[in-house]
Design a protein around this ligand. Structure first.
Ligand code: FE2
Ligand code: FE2
Length: 209
Protein backbone atom coordinates (compact mmCIF):
# COMPACT_ATOMS: atom_id res chain seq x y z
CA UNK A 1 0.00 0.00 0.00
CA UNK A 2 1.49 3.40 -0.89
CA UNK A 3 2.44 5.65 1.99
CA UNK A 4 0.29 8.72 2.50
CA UNK A 5 2.04 12.08 2.86
CA UNK A 6 1.71 11.87 6.62
CA UNK A 7 2.87 8.30 7.02
CA UNK A 8 5.85 9.14 4.88
CA UNK A 9 6.88 11.99 7.16
CA UNK A 10 5.67 11.31 10.66
CA UNK A 11 5.81 8.50 13.20
CA UNK A 12 2.55 7.49 14.84
CA UNK A 13 0.51 9.84 16.89
CA UNK A 14 -1.17 7.85 19.64
CA UNK A 15 -4.63 8.57 18.18
CA UNK A 16 -5.54 9.12 14.55
CA UNK A 17 -8.31 11.45 13.48
CA UNK A 18 -11.08 9.73 11.48
CA UNK A 19 -12.06 11.19 8.10
CA UNK A 20 -15.49 12.29 9.35
CA UNK A 21 -13.77 15.05 11.34
CA UNK A 22 -13.00 16.85 8.05
CA UNK A 23 -16.67 16.88 6.98
CA UNK A 24 -17.65 18.35 10.34
CA UNK A 25 -14.88 20.98 10.36
CA UNK A 26 -15.54 22.02 6.74
CA UNK A 27 -19.21 22.83 7.39
CA UNK A 28 -18.00 26.41 8.01
CA UNK A 29 -14.85 26.76 5.93
CA UNK A 30 -14.46 30.50 6.63
CA UNK A 31 -14.55 29.93 10.39
CA UNK A 32 -12.02 27.15 9.88
CA UNK A 33 -9.72 29.55 8.01
CA UNK A 34 -10.10 32.14 10.75
CA UNK A 35 -9.16 29.59 13.40
CA UNK A 36 -6.28 28.48 11.21
CA UNK A 37 -4.96 32.05 10.98
CA UNK A 38 -4.84 32.30 14.77
CA UNK A 39 -3.06 28.97 14.89
CA UNK A 40 -0.32 30.18 12.52
CA UNK A 41 0.02 33.43 14.45
CA UNK A 42 0.38 31.47 17.68
CA UNK A 43 2.96 29.15 16.09
CA UNK A 44 5.03 32.17 15.02
CA UNK A 45 4.86 33.82 18.45
CA UNK A 46 5.60 30.54 20.23
CA UNK A 47 8.77 29.98 18.24
CA UNK A 48 9.89 33.56 18.86
CA UNK A 49 9.37 33.00 22.56
CA UNK A 50 11.66 29.96 22.39
CA UNK A 51 14.13 32.16 20.50
CA UNK A 52 14.00 34.84 23.20
CA UNK A 53 14.24 32.59 26.22
CA UNK A 54 16.91 30.09 25.30
CA UNK A 55 19.75 31.55 23.26
CA UNK A 56 22.23 30.47 25.94
CA UNK A 57 25.55 28.60 26.11
CA UNK A 58 25.03 24.87 25.68
CA UNK A 59 21.94 25.31 23.52
CA UNK A 60 22.13 23.31 20.29
CA UNK A 61 24.31 24.76 17.57
CA UNK A 62 22.30 26.63 14.97
CA UNK A 63 19.48 27.08 17.51
CA UNK A 64 18.67 30.70 16.75
CA UNK A 65 18.86 30.45 12.97
CA UNK A 66 16.72 27.30 12.99
CA UNK A 67 14.03 28.95 15.09
CA UNK A 68 14.19 32.12 13.00
CA UNK A 69 13.54 29.96 9.91
CA UNK A 70 10.46 28.39 11.49
CA UNK A 71 9.17 31.83 12.54
CA UNK A 72 9.52 33.00 8.93
CA UNK A 73 7.60 29.92 7.68
CA UNK A 74 4.78 30.45 10.16
CA UNK A 75 4.49 34.14 9.25
CA UNK A 76 4.22 33.11 5.59
CA UNK A 77 1.54 30.54 6.44
CA UNK A 78 -0.34 33.26 8.32
CA UNK A 79 -0.17 35.54 5.29
CA UNK A 80 -1.41 32.77 2.98
CA UNK A 81 -4.35 31.93 5.25
CA UNK A 82 -5.29 35.60 5.59
CA UNK A 83 -5.20 36.09 1.81
CA UNK A 84 -7.51 33.12 1.28
CA UNK A 85 -9.85 34.21 4.05
CA UNK A 86 -10.13 37.77 2.73
CA UNK A 87 -10.49 36.73 -0.90
CA UNK A 88 -13.41 34.56 0.10
CA UNK A 89 -15.11 37.39 1.96
CA UNK A 90 -14.29 36.13 5.44
CA UNK A 91 -12.92 37.96 8.44
CA UNK A 92 -10.89 37.07 11.46
CA UNK A 93 -13.33 36.24 14.20
CA UNK A 94 -12.85 38.53 17.17
CA UNK A 95 -12.73 35.84 19.77
CA UNK A 96 -10.50 32.87 19.34
CA UNK A 97 -11.01 29.99 21.72
CA UNK A 98 -8.78 26.96 21.39
CA UNK A 99 -7.99 25.03 24.50
CA UNK A 100 -5.90 22.36 22.74
CA UNK A 101 -2.53 24.15 22.85
CA UNK A 102 -3.23 25.54 26.32
CA UNK A 103 -4.04 22.06 27.62
CA UNK A 104 -0.81 20.73 26.12
CA UNK A 105 1.18 23.54 27.70
CA UNK A 106 -0.09 22.46 31.12
CA UNK A 107 2.27 19.48 30.68
CA UNK A 108 5.38 21.70 30.65
CA UNK A 109 7.55 21.37 33.76
CA UNK A 110 7.82 25.12 34.31
CA UNK A 111 10.90 26.36 36.18
CA UNK A 112 12.79 23.08 35.72
CA UNK A 113 15.55 24.31 33.42
CA UNK A 114 16.33 21.84 30.66
CA UNK A 115 13.27 19.75 31.46
CA UNK A 116 11.13 22.80 30.80
CA UNK A 117 12.93 23.46 27.54
CA UNK A 118 12.53 19.82 26.46
CA UNK A 119 8.82 19.89 27.29
CA UNK A 120 8.27 23.08 25.33
CA UNK A 121 10.01 21.60 22.30
CA UNK A 122 8.01 18.36 22.55
CA UNK A 123 4.73 20.26 22.90
CA UNK A 124 5.67 22.24 19.80
CA UNK A 125 6.46 19.00 17.98
CA UNK A 126 3.09 17.54 18.97
CA UNK A 127 1.18 20.59 17.76
CA UNK A 128 3.04 20.43 14.43
CA UNK A 129 2.36 16.70 14.07
CA UNK A 130 -1.37 17.05 14.83
CA UNK A 131 -1.69 20.08 12.56
CA UNK A 132 0.02 18.18 9.76
CA UNK A 133 -2.33 15.25 10.24
CA UNK A 134 -5.37 17.53 10.16
CA UNK A 135 -4.15 19.35 7.02
CA UNK A 136 -3.66 16.03 5.31
CA UNK A 137 -7.18 14.88 6.14
CA UNK A 138 -8.58 18.21 4.93
CA UNK A 139 -6.56 17.94 1.72
CA UNK A 140 -7.92 14.48 1.09
CA UNK A 141 -11.57 15.24 1.87
CA UNK A 142 -12.20 18.86 0.94
CA UNK A 143 -14.40 19.07 -2.19
CA UNK A 144 -13.15 22.63 -2.86
CA UNK A 145 -10.04 22.09 -5.02
CA UNK A 146 -8.30 25.33 -4.07
CA UNK A 147 -8.73 24.70 -0.37
CA UNK A 148 -7.68 21.05 -0.72
CA UNK A 149 -4.52 22.09 -2.51
CA UNK A 150 -3.80 24.76 0.09
CA UNK A 151 -4.10 22.33 2.99
CA UNK A 152 -1.98 19.78 1.16
CA UNK A 153 0.73 22.35 0.58
CA UNK A 154 1.10 22.96 4.32
CA UNK A 155 1.65 19.30 5.26
CA UNK A 156 5.31 19.11 4.23
CA UNK A 157 6.22 22.36 5.96
CA UNK A 158 4.58 21.40 9.26
CA UNK A 159 6.11 17.91 9.09
CA UNK A 160 9.49 19.59 8.66
CA UNK A 161 8.89 21.74 11.75
CA UNK A 162 7.85 18.68 13.70
CA UNK A 163 11.14 16.97 12.81
CA UNK A 164 13.17 20.05 13.74
CA UNK A 165 11.53 20.42 17.17
CA UNK A 166 12.17 16.75 17.93
CA UNK A 167 15.77 17.07 16.77
CA UNK A 168 16.35 20.10 18.98
CA UNK A 169 14.74 18.25 21.89
CA UNK A 170 17.10 15.32 21.37
CA UNK A 171 20.00 17.68 21.99
CA UNK A 172 18.67 19.03 25.30
CA UNK A 173 18.67 15.88 27.46
CA UNK A 174 19.93 12.26 27.13
CA UNK A 175 18.02 10.17 24.59
CA UNK A 176 16.40 7.86 27.18
CA UNK A 177 14.93 10.85 29.02
CA UNK A 178 13.65 12.31 25.78
CA UNK A 179 12.07 9.02 24.66
CA UNK A 180 10.27 8.45 27.98
CA UNK A 181 8.93 11.99 28.02
CA UNK A 182 7.86 11.79 24.37
CA UNK A 183 5.89 8.58 25.02
CA UNK A 184 4.15 10.22 27.99
CA UNK A 185 3.30 13.28 25.96
CA UNK A 186 1.98 11.29 22.99
CA UNK A 187 -0.50 9.56 25.31
CA UNK A 188 -1.58 12.83 26.90
CA UNK A 189 -1.98 14.51 23.53
CA UNK A 190 -4.29 11.72 22.39
CA UNK A 191 -6.53 12.37 25.42
CA UNK A 192 -6.41 16.14 25.00
CA UNK A 193 -7.29 16.23 21.28
CA UNK A 194 -10.22 13.86 21.80
CA UNK A 195 -11.56 15.99 24.65
CA UNK A 196 -11.78 19.17 22.54
CA UNK A 197 -15.23 20.46 21.59
CA UNK A 198 -16.34 19.82 18.00
CA UNK A 199 -16.52 22.62 15.45
CA UNK A 200 -14.72 24.43 12.63
CA UNK A 201 -11.26 24.45 14.25
CA UNK A 202 -8.03 22.76 13.17
CA UNK A 203 -7.69 21.17 16.62
CA UNK A 204 -11.36 20.44 17.33
CA UNK A 205 -12.80 17.21 18.63
CA UNK A 206 -15.51 15.09 17.07
CA UNK A 207 -19.29 15.29 17.26
CA UNK A 208 -20.72 12.40 19.24
CA UNK A 209 -21.86 9.79 16.71
FE1 FE2 B 1 2.36 26.74 10.03
FE1 FE2 C 1 4.67 24.79 11.83
Amino acid sequence: MPLTRLQANLPGLAWRTPARWAQEALRDSLALLSDHAYLERKAASNVLELFNRWPEPGTAEGWSTTLAGIAKDEAQHLQSVMRLLERRGGKLQRLHKSTYANDLRQLVRVGKGKQELLDRLLVSALIEARSCERFEILADHCPDKELAQFYGSLCASEAGHYAVFLKLGARVLPSDDVRVRWEQMLKKEAEIIQSQPPGPCIHSGLQCS
